[in-house]
Design a protein around this ligand. Structure first.
Ligand SMILES: O=C(O)CCC(=O)C(=O)O
Length: 276
């Protein structure tokens, strides 16, 4: 079965072990509020000593705060892999996701990424999820509902952080569609991961092990995506709409760099940022 049919792909190695170790250390620093570049990430949803310890820790756009995160999520080959799977002319980053689910931490509710993205056009996302620990079902690895990207579009539903029934939104949509969800648990060694389509239902359960479950996610859009002025206030537009240029629907490459394009183009500033 192809990505087009399944909406997912599981891969054993996306980053090497030295990078896994480096990223684990960078995660600790980010959640302690240490931002290497001096820039705050766009969404800081968890901080040590201030936030609910039972929740999965989350920061979005850690790449702006830390160049070791950037070295992974701005990788050209990952951009190429995403564009190839999505059948796009190229890929640019929308945001990254720094996720840390300690032992006993709560679930992440099932959701569909595209439901939150009306603020840009075309509303399409494809994501690469990279495990920093060996993952299994008991540890609350990401779960992907195979083929559910082909079900009709839906509006945002349910809570992301620690809902009581993390599969509720999936089950409801499946019942409406008279479907039985085919759930794939992404069980990979640290450094492996998966790709998923923006309309694919996904989430993750509580971590019932005594090991942490950490993951770094690259969420990408088409290289030729534009702002949608009309829907700027929807989904997470209020956060990412702040980078829209006055009087223009252009996506600024400083905030949404092009990782790979089939004509050979890649945002030139990336190398300078990483070398700085
Ligand atoms: O890591 C998880 O549990 C969920 C991640 C997620 O929602 C995503 O990668 O889009």
């Amino acid at each position: 079965m192809s990505f087009r049919d399944e909406g997912l792909l599981v891969v054993d190695e996306l980053i090497d072990q030295a990078t896994v170790i480096c990223l684990r250390e960078r995660f600790d620093r980010l959640f302690q509020g240490e931002f290497e570049t001096g820039v705050q990430p766009d969404e800081v949803n968890w901080q040590e000593g201030k936030s609910d310890p039972s929740l999965t820790r989350q920061i979005c756009n850690g790449w702006k705060a830390d160049r070791d995160i950037a070295r992974v999520v701005l990788r050209e080959d990952l951009g190429k892999a995403i564009a190839t799977l999505a059948e796009w002319p190229g890929a640019r980053i929308v945001q990254d996701n720094v996720l840390f689910k300690p032992p006993r931490a709560r679930s992440i509710g099932y959701h569909r990424d595209n439901a939150y993205l009306a603020w840009y056009q075309p509303t399409a996302m494809l994501s690469c999820w990279i495990a920093l620990d060996d993952t299994n079902a008991a540890g609350g690895t990401i779960e992907l509902a195979r083929g559910s990207h082909r079900w009709p579009p839906t509006e945002p539903a349910g809570d992301f952080h620690g809902p009581s029934d993390y599969r509720a939104a999936l089950q409801q949509h499946a019942a409406e569609q008279q479907q039985t969800p085919d759930i794939v648990h992404v069980e990979v060694p640290a450094g492996g991961g998966s790709f998923h389509h923006g309309w694919l239902w996904h989430g993750s359960g509580e971590n019932r092990t005594n090991q942490p479950r950490r993951a770094l996610v690259l969420h990408a859009m088409r290289s030729d995506a534009r702002y949608s002025q009309e829907h700027l206030g929807k989904g997470n537009g209020p956060i990412y709409g702040r980078y829209r240029k006055l009087g223009s629907d252009d996506m600024d490459e400083n905030y949404f760099p092009v990782l790979w394009r089939s004509d050979g183009y890649r945002t030139t500033m990336i190398d300078a940022y990483l070398a700085d």
